[in-house]
Design a protein around this ligand. Structure first.
Ligand code: ZN
Length: 565
């Protein structure tokens, strides 16, 4: 069905609850596993309609934020969602305590029950107040960051607009923009510290109310960590220090030489090439057309997928008045369709959307019929493999977008993937320190961050910057405020994407077949279980990062430097 023909109807809470409770009662009274399964299917169906309608509403609201109808509908779901979630929790409790659990597990799979157990262990009615407080503080942080109004270059800019100046080939411009950014953070340092203090305290309190020693184990459960431990994550960070930090240092050294500066400062890091970073050619419409060509040539499956998106108006890419900022991918289960939202603006971000978000959507498309619905998508570290790997699988088509700059783009893309890993691990280790030691003062936290920079980002030089130079860099990382322990997911996924990349260098077809298999599995297994099923090493296996590091180093060292000048 075409997107504009999809009928929308509000899911009224009272009616939904009545239907839901009736099905729950049928489930409770059922005298056999089969009868319970029928009731469960009715509940899955109700939930799918709720997801479909709230997503449809969210999409239409973001496509035109000036549409009063969908704005009001969207507010309704924002307010009512906790109540819908509470109903689902009751469903999970009923499945968990079922007298037919063994039979149910045979049909629904043990993973669903593992994840239900995790969901139930990390929630109790007594922490609802704490959760609401967390949401309030997170929004306060978002609002503070969004409130930035920085006078620069004769304009008033927000932080992301100011970011464009940090890749200026003119060093004086980069430096001035960085100073403005620091001035904003420094002016709000007290508020940033207060919000974070309160977040740490409210998270610690919830964890203790649930019987955990501190927030760290609860944070793991909230991220549905069902196949690896804190110790394995710690060991993974050690591998990044050993294998990737030296390559990152080499990349920075080469960058410094290319830029021709005697010291590579923080404000130089985003600029890869002296004349400027590669930007895509052509209008947003042309970029979009080239995307279609690329996916048709990449494989039969991606061609079919992308045509499906286009025929059904499921890829809203062009910017227009009233459209919300950013990009995302979501699902409309009742219409068996993914949806990609974006704002093409002629920067390299367009290519990220075309490859990264489309990678998420491709997986959603391939596993849209997985059952139970929980298996349509895996945990986050596995989800990001689909998207980050698609960024690499599309490399051969980069000439379509960057012309003669395609090699520069590929070099920059691989480099940024590698440089990301040490930073991501620093963020992760920092959060362990913070939640294991909830009594740290703001200054002590900044000191801890600086120590981690010495380990993971040695050589970072701030040129006397008064905010980032005193250990404030983590305070602009939204995840640290909003989603504790999420960050390592990107590192684990990036490692797997690099594993795909290394395999592509040797046997592209084999790599693609593994990728297809992984996308089709969706959420049918845990992170490590999925990797095992498709024959990939997990990032916790030391051989994984060693292979990645060796391939990456060979690529970088063998790269024709004259192409980069
Ligand atoms: Zn993503």
């Amino acid at each position: 069905m075409k997107f504009h023909d999809m009928p929308y109807q509000r899911v009224e809470y009272d009616a939904y609850r009545a239907d839901f409770e009736q099905a729950l009662e049928t489930l409770a009274k059922a005298g056999s596993a089969d009868a319970q399964l029928d009731a469960a299917k009715a509940l899955f169906k109700l939930r799918d309609t709720l997801i479909t309608m709230s997503s449809l509403c969210f999409i239409r609201h973001t496509i035109n934020t000036e549409d009063a109808f969908y704005t009001a509908e969207n507010d309704y779901y924002d307010e009512t969602n906790p109540k819908f979630e509470e109903l689902n929790n009751r469903f999970y409790k009923a499945l968990d305590g079922s007298p037919f659990r063994t039979e149910l597990e045979k049909v629904l799979g043990p993973l669903l029950f593992t994840n239900i157990d995790i969901a139930l262990r990390s929630f109790d009615e007594k922490i609802i107040g704490g959760m609401a407080e967390e949401n309030r503080l997170s929004s306060q942080y978002q609002k503070l960051i969004a409130s930035a109004q920085i006078a620069f270059d004769g304009k008033t800019l927000n932080l992301s607009q100011l970011g464009a100046y940090l890749v200026s080939p003119d060093r004086a411009v980069r430096k001035a923009a960085a100073e403005k950014r620091s001035a904003f953070f420094l002016a709000h340092i007290k508020e940033l510290d207060d919000i974070f203090d309160q977040l740490v305290q409210v998270r610690d309190k919830q964890a203790k109310a649930l019987g955990f020693p501190n927030h760290t184990p609860l944070g793991y459960l909230r991220m549905t960590r069902n196949s690896y431990t804190r110790e394995q994550v710690e060991a993974f960070r050690g591998l990044v220090r050993d294998e990737i930090v030296p390559i990152a240092a080499e990349l920075r050294q080469k960058q410094k030489e290319r830029l021709g500066v005697s010291d590579l400062y923080f404000y130089d890091e985003a600029l890869e090439f002296k004349g400027g970073n590669p930007t895509p050619q052509g209008t947003p419409e042309e970029i979009f057309e080239n995307g279609r060509k690329m996916y048709r040539e990449l494989s039969a499956e991606t061609g079919e997928f992308f045509d499906f998106l286009l025929q059904n108006e499921l890829f809203d890419a062009l910017g227009r008045k009233g459209k919300a900022a950013g990009g995302y991918c979501t699902d409309l289960p009742d219409f068996r369709s993914p949806f990609v939202f974006a704002n093409f603006n002629g920067t390299s971000n367009d290519i990220v959307v075309l490859t990264h978000e489309a990678g998420h959507a491709f997986q959603g498309y391939l596993s849209r019929d997985n059952f139970p619905p929980e298996y349509r998508a895996p945990t986050y570290e596995a989800c990001e493999i689909h998207s980050m790997s698609m960024e690499f699988f599309t490399w051969p088509w980069m000439e379509l977008f960057f012309g003669k700059d395609a090699d520069r783009y590929r070099y920059m893309h691989l480099g940024s993937a590698l440089l990301f890993l040490p930073y991501g691990c620093a963020v992760d280790e920092f959060q362990h320190i913070v939640y294991d030691n909830p009594g740290l003062t703001p200054n002590e936290r900044r000191e801890e961050w600086l120590k981690l920079e010495q380990v993971y980002l040695p050589g970072t030089a701030y040129d006397g910057d008064k905010f980032f130079g005193i250990g404030g860099r983590w305070q602009r990382q939204a995840h640290i405020y909003e989603r504790p322990f999420y960050y390592i997911d990107y590192c684990l996924a990036q490692t797997c994407a690099l594993e795909f990349w290394a395999l592509m260098q040797k046997d592209r077809q084999a790599a693609w077949q593994k990728y297809l298999a992984l996308c089709k599995l969706g959420g049918k297994d845990t992170f490590t279980g999925l990797l095992a099923q498709v024959g990939l090493k997990t990032p916790f296996d030391p051989a994984c990062l060693k292979t990645v590091a060796a391939s990456a180093k060979a690529f970088i060292d063998g790269f024709d430097e004259s192409k980069l000048r």
